[in-house]
Design a protein around this ligand. Sequence first.
Ligand SMILES: Cc1cc2nc3c(=O)[nH]c(=O)nc-3n(C[C@H](O)[C@H](O)[C@H](O)COP(=O)(O)OP(=O)(O)OC[C@H]3O[C@@H](n4cnc5c(N)ncnc54)[C@H](O)[C@@H]3O)c2cc1C
Length: 400
Amino acid sequence: MNLDLSPQELAFRDEVRAFLAASLTAELCEAGRHATSVFIDKRFSLAWQKILHVKGWVAPSWPVQYGGTGWSDMQRYIFAAECARAGAPSLAPMGLRMVGPCIMRYGTEEQKAQHLPRILSGEDYWCQGYSEPGAGSDLASLQLRATSDGDDYVLNGSKIWTTHAHWANRMFCLVRTRSEGKPQAGITFLLLDMAAPGIAVKPIITLAGEHEVNQVFFDDVRVPKTNRLGAENDGWTVAKYLLEFERGGGSGAGLAISLQRIRALAAAQASDDGLCLLDDESFATRLADAAIAVEAIQMTEHRVMSALSAGKNPGPASSLLKMHGTEAMQRLDELAIEAVGHYAVVDQPAARLPGSNVAPVGPREGLLAMARYLNNRAASIYGGSNEIQRDIVARLVLGL
Ligand SMILES: Cc1cc2nc3c(=O)[nH]c(=O)nc-3n(C[C@H](O)[C@H](O)[C@H](O)COP(=O)(O)OP(=O)(O)OC[C@H]3O[C@@H](n4cnc5c(N)ncnc54)[C@H](O)[C@@H]3O)c2cc1C
């Protein structure tokens, strides 16, 4: 985005740059720059989260009373852009961006006091238990049964595609507490301890060969009713509120950095006739299209940030952002593959290891381009597929 920063904003940008230069270790930068998915290894995201927490900068979009920074939209944008520019690792969104705002809105004072500080500090690492083998887009058909038994619910069933469940110590989870009537009206939102007896986490290995998602099985798992967020059978209200945050937080600044990286890579790929990939009209046109899309995403993101800082939920703008953000990401992945050419399919495990001294054959980007391409295919599916987002926009924005 073309920003005319005021002197105060320039001073803030310099303060952020100085902090990043002093705090980001080479290992953290490597983890950030070499990430092949938006979800990065917990070791690195948590290490960075702890540094930000000490500084008081871990949750810029939270209200000040709960530990937010009180920054303006522009300051938050500058911070996100500078983090992306410096190669900072991304933070896991499940606590900070997803369940945190729901606890603020629907939690009791005890729940807020128990969970919010631990989300900020990273002591609690959350995963999201929404999808089931028979319930994804049609989430309301979920079947994980929660039977009332005194002060507890007893859970039986399973959740699937649960990102980082193997690392999480907490899960926010949708369960069925009533089978009669409208499916949405029988769902309850629970906050679980992953160490509860009866929970088993089984890995699902993705196309890129990585362990990011899981299936989680529940066998007579007891959950105290005090762990319920909102009223019994009213979990759908909380679930929908959370999804707006899940969908609203793509990083336009990160896409802009990817764009720069691909442009530099394409400029360096000289062919025998002395031309580089940027001289190829088809490639250059698609790169320019992607650049326009990234610019538009940054504008929409600014709107979403304004809504959040005005204490509003993002509404359908978060669906637009989710669709356009993930589609731009996938277009950039395709351009990156084209830019590295056949190096994208040469497996170089020794050079790919974090911190490896083995020099890659071909450009370093060649080590990561295919894994990014494969992992990011999922981005237009998770968080509600893009077809579903288009449906939401058609109903809420176009009134169809
Ligand atoms: C990598 C990854 C990580 C994930 N992480 C999590 C997680 O942490 N927690 C969690 O709860 N879930 C997670 N998910 C699950 C994700 O939210 C679901 O995959 C998604 O909602 C789609 O559901 P489904 O897979 O059951 O596909 P389906 O709902 O069966 O959809 C299949 C296809 O049909 C299309 N479709 C379905 N209904 C409609 C319709 N009404 N109109 C038009 N098209 C339609 C979809 O767009 C899709 O293309 C993850 C998924 C992936 C791939």
